[in-house]
Design a protein around this ligand. Structure first.
Ligand SMILES: C[S@@+](CC[C@H](N)C(=O)[O-])C[C@H]1O[C@@H](n2cnc3c(N)ncnc32)[C@H](O)[C@@H]1O
Length: 220
């Protein structure tokens, strides 16, 4: 006997659909990141997005109560953004300032809950004014600090420190190896001059390992 064809079609396998979607989205993320990095290696300062382990550490400075404002400098394709978003309470603002146009388009397509600004961290104060923000609870930065000229390091750092609320936190990520370069050493020294407290943490589960600076209480 010829078996009757099941009119309902194949049983849905939602987990498979989701897994395929996740893989496609991850592939798109890597493609966007890599293409931008190849065209602008100094601007991106990395070949791939940072790992989930880095994102988990970074997210710890994000306030979970009140109506905090969190600013990400250089969100890239948003590898840190999901962890930040998950911690933020209702009514919070999560602003990403990103210089790369391809990165901005990727963020707009994949992170609709984020306020994405296509702009330069060097214009931080003006961008915050434009978006009606007068204090920031956390600045999370992963721009390539160690590759920046001295005056650009100082200019961005001063604006970030000035924008912070009294209990706010500034974090910066660099490759552990970059910390030993002239630009990396200079940046570390500048952090010590700008903040009363500078803590460090290394995430080894990233290739290459990442050094986190977590800074509080800006000095005048
Ligand atoms: C090392 S990637 C980090 C991306 C992402 N946050 C991550 O952890 O995977 C640096 C990012 O900073 C962006 N960037 C570099 N200079 C910038 C600037 N002056 N203003 C805003 N974004 C900048 C780059 O386009 C890039 O997306």
């Amino acid at each position: 006997m010829i078996p009757q064809q099941d009119q309902r079609g194949p049983k849905p396998t939602p987990w498979l659909g989701k897994a395929t979607q996740n893989a496609a989205s991850r592939l798109d993320e890597y493609r966007t990141f890599f293409n931008t990095a190849v065209r602008n290696p100094k601007m991106v300062g990395a070949a791939t997005p940072t790992s989930a382990a880095v994102a988990a550490t970074v997210a710890q400075v994000v306030p979970t109560t009140g109506a905090p404002v969190v600013v990400e400098l250089g969100p890239g394709t948003g590898s840190l953004s999901d962890g930040i978003h998950r911690r933020l309470p209702e009514g919070a603002r999560h602003i990403g300032i990103e210089l790369g146009k391809g990165m901005v388009e990727h963020l707009q397509a994949h992170k609709p809950w984020m306020e994405i600004v296509h702009g330069d961290a060097g214009d931080l104060q003006a961008l915050l004014d434009k978006h009606g923000i007068d204090r920031v609870d956390a600045v999370i930065s992963s721009i390539p600090w160690s590759l920046l000229p001295a005056d650009a390091q100082d200019h961005i750092l001063r604006q970030a420190a000035d924008a912070l609320a009294p209990q706010g936190a500034f974090t910066a990520l660099t490759y552990l190896s970059a910390d030993q370069t002239p630009g990396g050493r200079r940046f570390r020294g500048r952090l010590a001059q700008t903040f009363d407290e500078v803590l460090t943490h290394t995430t080894w589960r990233n290739l290459p390992p990442i050094l986190h600076y977590i800074c509080r209480r800006p000095l005048a």
